[in-house]
Design a binder for this molecule. Structure first.
Ligand SMILES: Cc1cc2nc3c(=O)[nH]c(=O)nc-3n(C[C@H](O)[C@H](O)[C@H](O)COP(=O)(O)O)c2cc1C
Length: 338
């Protein structure tokens, strides 16, 4: 089902970084790509209204380095979704994904996201129209259930109804969403993970491509899931600890990139974005996790967060500092071994 050239690099399994509002911006995606050429990146969710009635260019522009890249759409009007899917294809996206997993109130009021799990026929109609508009793949990201619809059988009915349109790729966040009473953040933490439901879905529908999402933090966990499903999608950990994306390079026998090299490659990009008028802080906030788990990581974060870095020079100073801290710590460790 994977059609585009760039998605072919992902072999017969795939690892992706989840769509995350305000987090997986084009600046984060450019940065994330430097860790691994093969992982699939998603945009933040963009509503059909924002594209059709708003500034489409602002929402849809990306750098060519970001491929393979998926646009995630939010909406429930089949015609609007078809228009936006066609625009995504023309814009150069490799794939389009429909959000049926996001539980926020704002999103529910417009009939977007997880509340659509209660309307499998409407989702099927949306996916049908989207697929008819393009040749790139159209996929769905959904939960294992919502509110009163929590059983495996109900999720299977949802998937079967949508799959009847010819859609074959489902990304499943292995938690239900409670639409009344829990905040979006709580909905990513409180309902228990039910990975078995997703394994069972793949087992019972072997012809579908099933991707696991929710609570996955390590290479080892990812390897485990890939014994049962076709792909793994990582959200928060990929953002807070982006070097994890480099560790996934083991799947393709890639060399581990050097963090300082990554930031050097980021510098010309930052300069270009500044020249376009982007404020430095909207870029630096996505690179705070670069040295996660290393000595000096907290100082690096402090130096770059909250508008503390006013210029490229401030980033360079923070780099010199963390390089020294890491070197000192390595020297101390060596002395202890002598
Ligand atoms: C800040 C933030 C924003 C999110 N925005 C979206 C979104 O736009 N669309 C979506 O489908 N899911 C969104 N999610 C959910 C993630 O895609 C993912 O399903 C969830 O975080 C569980 O994966 P994880 O445990 O690996 O983080 C968001 C999550 C976070 C933390």
């Amino acid at each position: 089902m994977i059609k585009s050239d760039t998605l072919e690099n992902t072999k017969d399994f795939r690892i992706s970084v989840a769509p995350m509002m305000d987090w997986t911006t084009r600046d984060y995606r450019f940065f994330a790509r430097l860790f691994n050429p093969n992982i699939v990146l998603y945009t933040e969710m963009v509503t059909t209204g924002a594209i059709i009635h708003g500034d489409a260019k602002r929402h849809m522009d990306f750098s060519s380095q970001e491929h393979p890249l998926v646009l995630q759409l939010g909406g429930s009007n089949p015609q609007d979704l078809a228009i936006c899917t066609k625009m995504a294809e023309d814009w150069g996206y490799d794939e389009v994904n429909l959000n049926v997993g996001c539980p926020s109130d704002r999103v529910q009021n417009n009939k977007i996201g997880a509340c659509l799990m209660a309307e499998p026929n409407l989702v099927a109609e949306c996916i049908d129209q989207m697929q008819k508009a393009v040749t790139i793949p159209v996929t769905v990201k959904h939960r294992i259930g919502i509110d009163e619809m929590q059983s495996y059988e109900e999720m299977l009915h949802f998937v079967d109804t949508v799959a009847a349109t010819g859609c074959t790729h489902f990304v499943v966040h292995a938690r239900i969403a409670i639409l009344q009473g829990l905040s979006p953040k709580e909905n990513r933490e409180v309902p228990p993970l039910r990975y078995e439901d997703v394994y069972r879905l793949k087992h019972e529908r072997p012809n579908l491509t099933i991707e696991m999402n929710g609570g996955i933090k390590t290479f080892e966990e990812t390897q485990q899931h890939l014994q049962h499903v076709d792909g793994v999608m990582i959200g928060r950990e990929a953002y807070h600890n982006p070097y994890l994306l480099a560790e996934f390079g083991h799947f393709w026998n890639l060399d581990m990139p050097d963090r300082f090299n990554i930031i050097q490659q980021m510098m010309p990009y930052i300069e270009k974005r500044l020249a376009e008028g982007a404020p430095l802080s909207i870029i630096t906030r996505h690179i705070l996790g670069l040295f996660q788990n290393l000595p000096g990581a907290r100082k690096w974060r402090q130096a770059l967060s909250g508008g503390n870095a006013k210029s490229i020079r401030d980033i360079e100073i923070a780099l010199v500092n963390i390089r020294e801290t890491i070197q000192r710590s390595e020297d101390q460790q060596q002395e202890q071994h002598i």
